[in-house]
Design a protein around this ligand. Sequence first.
Ligand SMILES: [Fe+2]
Ligand SMILES: [Fe+2]
Length: 180
Amino acid sequence: MTADFLRNAYGGESMAHMRYLIWGDHAARNGFPNIGRLFEAIAHAEQIHATNHFRALRDLTGGASVCAGGEFGLKSVVENLDWAIEGELGEVNQMYPVYLQAAELQGEKEAVRSFRYALEAEKIHAALFEEARGLAANSRDMALGEDKILICPVCGFTHIGAHPEPCPICNVKASLFVGF
Ligand SMILES: [Fe+2]
Ligand SMILES: [Fe+2]
């Protein structure tokens, strides 16, 4: 069961990665360059999640069909953000808690870690997209100034601006964070 969940989660994160790049490009072209950057940064976090799930499958090689939902379409920046929020909250409230519990029951430590990292990071993604959505609804972009959007390369933790402390999710050094 855990292996199927890892494959499904890999599929979901892979699609989210692409979808955010597409929506980010769309936002940047439509007067919201910083919301575009947020999408781009979070797309990178989803790539990290997909990579973690893929690696957790280890020697379970071979072809498989996956079951992964995702939104298709290019609407307004606000509507794309609505979809992004819905997707993140679906992962936080439904998908990852179930996957995590199955992995714990089956004693799959690497899958537990991979699902936990994603679950915790998606909570932050939902909040950041909510913030961006509120601004975009009033025709305002995010005010990032000199701040970078930082992504933890291990777990996908996402933070805007300086973050001197180690990653609160996986404890990696903040100096390793990738900036967007
Ligand atoms: Fe996310
Ligand atoms: Fe981390």
